[in-house]
Every structure is written in structure tokens, then in C-alpha cells.
Design a protein around this ligand. Structure first.
Ligand code: NAI
Length: 338
């Protein structure tokens, strides 16, 4: 099976080559993203392998169909960038629903600790032999309340980590889970979560319902000094409202691994360029904002699991077999992939 691999990065290749060679799947790596302009590169291949910022809209899907593409293999969990309804009946769409929930949950906690204990500031100070502690006062997580939105695989690992820190955990999920309640977690309404949490962490998918879940109104309800962590999808947070919340001192800390307009910037070295996204530039300039470039998944364990499951998914499609990682598996409702 021959697969056109879009938005390829050097760190993708070793694991995809390893599992591909083992199973007879040949990947051709293209550095460019999949878009309406680049879709023709898929000519002569059986499938495409895409990531979070590739464009897989109706027009791209129609072009892929004309080229005889049978499979869209997402090498990630979220699939908000694929028009799944349009692809239905034309080609099969598979994803990697879980590769390492630990990678993402641990990164969320790493960002939170970095920010609230000012590690990013002290790292720079001590490299310059500045051993002053002024302005580095943080706060204990022990005894604080964390509100977790989305208690699936990553949310649950994050809850366990927070419990380990002695935090009280509140949660909100469209589909509350008994297993989570048994951990001593209380499900509450979104409003109660906003008004009661010292830290809010987002672990739900991006859907029409969750778009701008954290907007100006939500921030207004939050405690003064709230820490907001987003390792899920950028558009869950209205970035301008967040920036305003930081300027008014309502938001004490923002930890962002994802950003609404990230596809223009993230994963690329833009250090020699003029940053033309004023909101992103202003967020990055804030002392209490930590931005990482959609890095939460990037561990050796996760990369290996992503490649292994993607190759498994592609082989299932090649053989015409059912695949449980298909987005519309057994006519599961689109957007309800639990
Ligand atoms: P999951 O499917 O196991 O859990 C998602 C949870 O969100 C489920 O419990 C679901 O019921 C809940 N949910 C669905 N709609 C909701 C709504 N309207 N309101 C509240 N909760 C809702 O997914 P998993 O593996 O935990 O991943 C969560 C998200 O993390 C993914 O959707 C993806 O966007 C993001 N992610 C980010 C990565 C990164 O590198 N930054 C890597 C992997 C995933």
C-alpha cells in the first residue's frame, strides 16, 4: 500500500518507516500540508496520512476521490479538520483515538507547574547568574480546586495527577462517567465549574458545541486569578477574550499548547519572521502565559504508538476489513466518537 504523508516532520519518519516497512506500507513524505493546492500530490497513492492542521474539507475530499484515494488516515485523535460527513461513502477515515494520554496530561501539568512556580522566569534568571527571588512567588496546588472539562482518556489521567497533588477535582462532561465519580470527582454544571475552580483544564474535543467554550462570559464567571490550561484544541478558547481576561487581571495564568489560529504558525520555525498575529504576539509577551507549539503529544512512546496504530488502520482498509478506529465505525454518530 502506498500512502502520501502530508505535513511530514523529521520526528515522524523513524517510527512510520519502522512500522511501515514491517507491514508493507510505503510512505512518501511531503513537508507541505494537505490543502486544495497540494492535493494533487496524492496522485498515484492509495491513501493519505494527515495531521491536525491539514485541510481536509469537502473540496479536498472530492479531489482525493477523483484521484482514487481510499483512505484518510489521521495520525492524531481529534478530527475536527476533516469533513467526515462529506467523506462518508467516498473513502474511509481512520484516526488514532489514543496513543498516550499520559503524554498530554503530563504536559498539561508541566505547563501549569512551570507557570505558577515561575520556572520559565527563574530558568532565564539563573542562566544570567541572577539569583534574586523577587517576583517569583507562586502558590501551592495542594488543597486547590481544579475543574476538568472532558473526562475521557486524557482528562482521567490529568485527574489522577491532580489527585496526587492533593487537589479537589470538579468535572464537567457531556457524558459523565461512573468510573470518574468513583475517583472522588464531583460532576457539576459548567457554571459551577467556572465559579468554583482555581485551575481549569480543557480535555474535550472541538465540536460546534464546544467552540469558544471559554469565552468572555465564561471568564467573567471565573475566580479572580484563575489558571486556564488548554492542551485540547485552540478554538475551545476565544483567544481575544482570554487576552482581555489577562489584561484585566481576571486570568492569573494561561497555559496554551494549542491556539485558535495555530495552523498559520505552529510546528514551523518563524523566528526570523515578523509575527503578524497580534493576539498571539501579545499572549506570548505576557509574563503569566506559557505557549507551547502543540507539543503535548510529543513523546517517544506516543510517536511509536501513533505510527503503529496508523499502519494497523491502513492495513485494515487495504484488506477491506472493519476497523474500530474508523471515525464512523458501525455508523457511530459523527462527533460522538467516545
Ligand atoms: P476522549 O474521547 O477520550 O475524551 C473526550 C471527552 O470529552 C469524553 O469524555 C467526551 O464525553 C467529552 N465531551 C464530548 N463532548 C463534550 C462536550 N460538549 N462538553 C464536555 N465534554 C465533552 O478524548 P481524549 O483522548 O481524552 O482527548 C481529548 C482531546 O485532547 C482531543 O479531542 C484532542 O482535541 C486533544 N488532544 C490534544 C493533543 C495535543 O498534543 N495537544 C494530543 C491528543 C489529543
Amino acid at each position: 500500500m502506498k500512502v502520501a504523508f502530508f505535513d511530514a516532520k523529521p520526528y515522524d519518519r523513524p517510527s512510520f518507516d519502522k512500522f511501515g516497512e514491517r507491514c508493507g506500507v510505503k510512505f512518501k513524505y511531503f513537508e507541505t500540508k494537505l490543502t486544495e493546492d497540494t492535493v494533487k500530490l496524492a496522485k498515484g497513492y492509495d491513501g493519505v496520512c494527515v495531521f491536525v492542521n491539514d485541510t481536509v474539507n469537502a473540496s479536498v475530499i472530492d479531489s482525493l476521490e477523483e484521484l482514487g484515494i481510499k483512505a484518510i488516515a489521521l495520525r492524531c485523535a481529534g478530527f475536527n479538520n476533516v469533513d467526515v460527513k462529506h467523506a462518508k461513502g467516498k473513502m474511509r477515515v481512520v484516526r488514532v483515538p489514543a496513543y498516550s494520554p499520559y503524554a498530554v496530561a503530563e504536559h498539561a501539568m508541566a505547563m501549569l507547574l512551570t507557570s505558577i512556580r515561575r520556572i520559565h522566569k527563574s530558568y532565564i534568571r539563573t542562566r544570567d547568574f541572577n539569583f534574586s527571588l523577587s517576583g517569583l512567588t507562586g502558590f501551592d496546588l495542594h488543597g486547590k480546586t481544579v475543574g476538568v472539562i472532558g473526562t475521557g482518556k486524557i482528562g482521567q489521567v490529568f485527574i489522577d495527577i491532580c489527585k496526587g497533588f492533593g487537589m479537589n477535582v470538579l468535572a464537567y462532561d457531556k457524558y459523565p462517567s461512573e468510573k470518574v465519580e468513583q475517583k472522588g470527582v464531583k460532576y457539576v454544571s459548567l457554571d459551577e465549574l467556572f465559579t468554583s475552580s482555581d485551575v481549569i483544564s480543557l480535555h474535550c474535543p472541538l465540536t460546534d458545541e464546544t467552540y469558544h467554550l471559554i469565552d468572555g462570559g465564561a471568564i467573567e464567571k471565573c475566580k479572580k486569578g484563575v489558571a486556564i490550561i488548554n492542551t485540547s484544541r485552540g478554538a475551545l478558547v476565544d483567544a481575544e477574550a482570554l487576552l482581555n481576561g489577562i489584561k484585566t487581571r481576571k486570568v492569573g495564568t494561561a497555559c496554551l499548547d494549542v491556539y485558535e489560529e495555530e495552523s498559520e504558525h505552529f510546528f514551523e520555525d518563524k523566528s526570523g519572521h515578523i509575527m503578524d498575529d497580534d493576539v498571539l504576539a501579545r499572549l506570548i509577551s505576557m509574563p503569566n502565559v506559557i505557549v507551547t507549539s502543540h507539543q503535548a503529544f510529543l513523546t517517544e512512546e506516543a510517536l511509536s504508538a501513533i505510527a503503529e496504530v496508523t499502519v494497523f488502520n491502513l492495513l485494515k482498509i487495504e484488506k477491506g476489513e472493519e476497523c474500530e478506529n474508523e471515525v464512523c465505525y458501525k455508523n457511530r454518530e459523527v462527533g460522538d466518537c467516545k
